[in-house]
Design a binder for this molecule. Structure first.
Ligand code: GTP
Ligand code: MG
Length: 231
């Protein structure tokens, strides 16, 4: 299968307590399939991908690493931080503990993501659970403001802000890239120049055409083994 063209590939990692909704958000984002209520905790890490259109007609392939929130997988998931250019920090608006732990997730990511300079974004999940809500929008926003990172509230169930959440972090990374804040190299997987073959930052006249998009999800059995070997 020929892959649809894209200008850049960004590698992102999703972190947060178990059951906040990381895998569900990724499933509805990458398949645009309906929300299905399931209990299926991630084992180690899982991988998703989707091409999104962002500003300036730029197409970005998002490589999305879904980590297990359960403590017992922590040593495996840690090995996936290093090459990321962005991290999404997720909490469940109906679970106070998941919000309280966000600071630990932020420190954990800052400690392990190399090189530094990665973009962080807070994503509040399950905004449809209005009657069970324990964290207000204002409180979530205040946390993000304090740490100087962006905030968005989502629901995988209603699809509220799902696409926007991913485009938002992609645009922040793109803006930093444009501002010369990232140094691309073969040794770093955080940002890769894509199949258009030309760096649009060097060739501003390049515009995208068509509306092609790829969605795919890869089994991670082999990646999982690799993670164990790395540890
Ligand atoms: N009401 C509601 N429930 C959701 C939403 N997103 C996820 N859930 C439910 O929350 C539970 C946990 O979702 P997961 O996506 O498996 O959570 P996770 O963060 O991937 O958990 P780990 O893999 O253990 O780290 C499941 O029962 C989902 O159906 C949402 O937007 N609204
Ligand atoms: Mg999961």
């Amino acid at each position: 299968m020929i892959e649809a063209p894209f200008h850049y590939q960004f590698r992102l990692i999703l972190i947060g307590d178990s059951t906040v909704g990381k895998s569900t958000l990724l499933k509805v984002f990458t398949t645009e399939g309906p929300f299905i209520e399931t209990i299926d905790p991630t084992v180690g890490v899982d991988f998703f991908a989707r091409i999104v259109d962002i500003k300036n007609n730029i197409k970005v392939k998002l490589q999305l690493w879904d980590t297990a929130g359960q403590e017992k997988f922590r040593s495996i998931t840690r090995s996936y931080y290093r090459n990321s250019v962005g991290a999404l920090l997720l909490y469940d608006v109906s679970k106070r503990a998941s919000f309280d732990h966000l600071i630990d997730w932020l420190f954990e990511a800052r400690r392990h993501i190399e090189p530094s300079g990665a973009v962080y974004q807070v994503v509040a999940c399950k905004s449809d659970l209005e009657t069970e809500r324990e964290i207000s929008t204002e409180e979530g926003q205040a946390f993000a403001d304090f740490h100087n990172i962006k905030f968005i509230e989502t629901s995988a169930k209603t699809m509220k802000n799902v696409d926007i959440a991913f485009k938002m972090i992609a645009e922040q990374i793109y803006d930093k890239l444009k501002a010369g804040k990232f140094k691309l190299s073969d040794e770093w997987d955080g940002i890769k120049v894509g199949h258009f073959g030309t760096n649009p930052l060097l060739s501003p006249s390049l515009t995208s055409n068509g509306n092609s998009r790829t969605n795919h999800r890869t089994s991670v059995a082999s990646l999982f083994m690799k993670a164990e070997i790395n540890n």
